[in-house]
Write a protein that binds this ligand. Structure first.
Ligand SMILES: CC(C)(COP(=O)(O)OP(=O)(O)OC[C@H]1O[C@@H](n2cnc3c(N)ncnc32)[C@H](O)[C@@H]1OP(=O)(O)O)[C@@H](O)C(=O)NCCC(=O)NCCS
Length: 164
């Protein structure tokens, strides 16, 4: 049985490895160059266990997925809005792990001074859209051809969830 817990620095290698698969092979993230663990450290350091947190899904001592909340924008009035993100190891998709991670993440965020969560989904990604709708996110915008990766432009849908 997989369990969810707060991410620790010792998990960063595994988190980076999971993420780099999607960086290198998909348009799901607009990062284009895989990270080293050291390069990903500033990203990890933003998590304060409050509004901004990272959770890992662990099975048999191995990290098989993670989810996080991060600042949506840096200007202070945006502080009650967070951007959420989730990545499962590619061979762990569709087994309930995403549900475990998001239930824990969204429960935790609702106890913080947060008001809105946003998921930015590069299109197409119908599993992610179905997943976010399942957790109460509604599409509020599509930015057309806002990113370029693999020599083509991609749309991004913004999904919003009320946290309070
Ligand atoms: C999106 C993602 C995190 C979902 O996690 P998951 O572990 O595969 O999802 P779960 O098995 O926990 O599914 C939870 C619910 O989401 C919905 N869902 C998930 N995948 C779905 C799919 N392919 N089609 C339709 N609904 C889906 C269902 O409602 C499901 O509940 P159910 O199984 O009771 O029907 C996972 O697919 C993933 O890591 N994808 C690649 C990375 C990615 O796209 N990240 C998001 C970037 S925006």
């Amino acid at each position: 049985m997989a369990t969810v817990r707060a991410a620790e620095l010792r998990d960063l290698d595994a988190i980076v490895s999971i993420y780099n698969h999607y960086v290198a092979t998909t348009h799901f993230t607009f990062d284009t160059v895989p990270f080293t663990t050291l390069q990903r450290r500033p990203w990890f350091d933003q998590f304060d266990g409050g509004r901004y947190r990272a959770l890992v899904l662990e099975h048999d001592g191995a990290v098989i997925g993670y989810a996080n909340s991060a600042p949506l924008k840096s200007k202070p009035a945006y502080a009650t809005s967070v951007e959420v993100s989730i990545y499962l190891a590619a061979d762990q998709i569709g087994q309930g792990g995403g549900a475990q991670l998001y239930e824990a993440l969204l429960d935790g965020l609702s106890a913080e001074d947060t008001h809105r969560a946003y998921a930015l989904i590069a299109l197409p990604n119908s599993p992610s859209i179905a997943f976010h709708r399942r957790y109460g996110f509604n599409q509020v915008a599509v930015l057309h051809e806002v990113g370029r990766k693999f020599d083509r432009y991609w749309d991004v849908a913004w999904f919003e969830k009320a946290l309070s």
